[in-house]
Ligand binder design. Structure first.
Ligand code: DQA
Length: 147
């Protein structure tokens, strides 16, 4: 049986590859990112569920409903990284291996992006490699689960 992982993309990431700051995020669309992640996972016999929402509570609901049946979570909470106690609490409660991803190097940007509210509840972070951050993050998550 394939192991199941949840990939979460936060607000405005549905605009990737269209209007959203290619300087920071590259030119791939979210669909293209989800496709390469799904292929990468399949090679290691993992099944991915991908989810994007612009709504904080919907992300919390998704984590709650998936946590009993997934082995780990790959998450880019986008702007909610810097504000959401609710997503932090949901990840803590899920108590699963979890990797935080940011495409941009949040430490090279505005001061308010330098702090992530989930950084101390995740297993690790991959930051600053554009869409490749997701690929590296997924690899790290699967390695962690296999350990
Ligand atoms: C982001 C960084 C966040 O500060 C920003 O709000 C995003 C994307 C990233 O992937 O670099 O939407 O999470």
């Amino acid at each position: 049986m394939m192991k199941h992982l949840l990939v979460i993309h936060g607000p405005n990431l549905n605009k990737l590859g269209h209007t959203r700051a290619p300087k920071w995020y590259g030119s791939l669309t979210l669909l293209e990112i989800n496709r390469f992640l799904t292929k990468q996972a399949r090679l290691k016999k993992y099944q991915l569920s991908t989810y994007q929402s612009n709504v904080e509570g919907q992300i919390v609901n998704k984590i709650q409903s998936f946590c009993p049946r997934v082995k780990g979570i790959l998450i880019n909470p986008a702007a909610y990284s810097h504000t959401s106690v609710a997503i932090r609490d949901a990840l803590m409660d899920a108590a699963l291996p979890c990797v935080e991803v940011h495409m941009s190097n949040i430490y090279q940007r505005e001061p308010f992006r330098r702090h992530s509210l989930i950084s101390d509840v995740v297993s690790g972070q991959v930051i600053g490699f554009g869409p490749q951050s997701y690929r590296l993050g997924l690899e790290a998550l699967m390695n962690l689960i296999e350990k």
